[in-house]
Write a protein that binds this ligand. Structure first.
Ligand code: NAD
Length: 339
């Protein structure tokens, strides 16, 4: 039996804890959340875990792995503790809002040799994964350019935005990871731009609500990423990959497959509400992969290095948007604060 502990009983902590508890051959034994009250107790009741503190988890030799689903500022310290205690770790993105801390945590995790995967769940989404497989196995031919659209249904409150690290670090990190996953080539240039077009409240925090990023690879292939904090059609997650032999599309998943037709036209269901519904399969599959990684060493689709590299691209995008110029990227590019 693989024994797990979950840090964080908030939105994503509940998803991971419930998925972990439902897995055959795994048990969720602890939940740690120093802030949440009823949520943590309720989650414990639903998963068979007990609510405890951080020291109990790391001093319990029977705990095989930890799930870091707590607020972002806790990720790096918990990664260091997991590395020191030699416990496998699943960590939500981003590793930290401070790139120097991302680099330090990645070094500590790799030096310790612990198994570690990052929460880039889109890699486990059956649709995104099929696109990647058709490119990777040669069926689709060479990927020439890819366009990704990620729009939230409605803007988050300003209080969320203030601690999010900004839209590039909060949302575009998933797209940067997907670009790396599909292109599998060093990125040569990063150009980004962002504006506050829809939410004055977000603007007052100094952040943006709409952004675009263009990446080119060393051989000249391209990716275009579009993110927006508002999607008039709901949670809008689409991709179009132009390959040598095929164009691969990932469309939105409708909340229902019923189409209602009348003499004046027809209506289809809107996309699934938000990330918890849209990526339910992906969250389930990534937790299965984490347990497989602990149990028999099956490599996961994400590592701490992927967390580092996706964030390095995000930091380059922030620099580009700030100076209004293309950033010459490469394997050694580092944001100033971390170089
Ligand atoms: N991969 C994804 O799709 C995805 C989706 C949502 C959130 N996230 C990431 O997951 C993390 C949590 O996001 P959320 O939306 O669930 O936030 P949330 O605010 O709903 O929940 C975070 C919880 O962590 C708790 N917490 C804070 N410090 C802690 C600590 N040291 N130990 C244990 N618990 C602690 C808080 O009390 C809170 O209950 C963020 O880093 C976010 O970027 C990832």
């Amino acid at each position: 039996m693989i024994k797990l502990a979950c840090f964080g009983a908030g939105r994503i902590g509940q998803v991971h804890a419930l998925n972990a508890a439902a897995l055959p051959g795994a048990a969720l034994v602890y939940i740690v959340d120093p802030v949440a009250g009823p949520e943590a107790k309720d989650l414990a009741a639903r998963t068979g875990a007990i609510v405890t503190d951080v020291d109990t988890v790391f001093s319990d030799d029977t705990v095989d792995g930890i799930l870091i689903a707590s607020s972002t500022d806790s990720h790096a310290p918990l990664l260091h503790r997991a590395a020191a205690a030699k416990k496998a770790v699943f960590c939500e993105k981003p590793v930290s809002l401070d790139f120097a801390q991302v680099a330090e945590a990645a070094r500590a995790v790799e030096a310790s040799g612990i198994a570690c995967m990052l929460g880039f769940q889109r890699r486990y989404d059956p649709s995104f994964r099929q696109v990647r497989d058709r490119i990777a196995d040669g069926t689709a031919g060479r990927l020439e350019h890819v366009t990704m659209v990620s729009r939230d249904p409605t803007p988050p409150p300003a209080s969320y935005v203030r601690t999010s690290g900004g839209m590039f670090r909060d949302t575009a990190i998933h797209d940067m990871d997907m670009c790396r996953f599909l292109l599998e080539e060093d990125i040569a240039t990063v150009y980004a731009t962002g504006s506050c077009l829809i939410s004055p409240e977000i603007g007052e925090t100094g952040d943006i609500d709409t952004l675009m990023i263009t990446l080119t690879t060393v051989s000249g292939r391209m990716a275009q990423v579009i993110n927006c904090r508002r999607g008039p059609l709901g949670y809008d997650q689409r991709l179009e990959a132009l390959c040598e032999h095929e164009v691969l599309f990932v469309d939105n998943k409708p909340a229902s497959s019923v189409r209602i037709a009348r003499s004046d036209g027809s209506t289809a269901a809107p996309p699934m509400n938000y990330f918890i519904e849209r990526f339910a399969d992906a969250y389930r599959d990534e937790m299965t992969a984490f347990v497989d990684l602990i149990r028999d060493g099956t490599p996961a689709l994400t590592t701490i290095r992927d967390g580092f590299e996706a964030q390095r691209l995000v930091e380059a995008a922030i620099v580009s948007a700030t100076i209004g110029q293309v950033v010459a990227f490469g394997p050694n590019w580092m944001p100033e604060a971390a170089s």
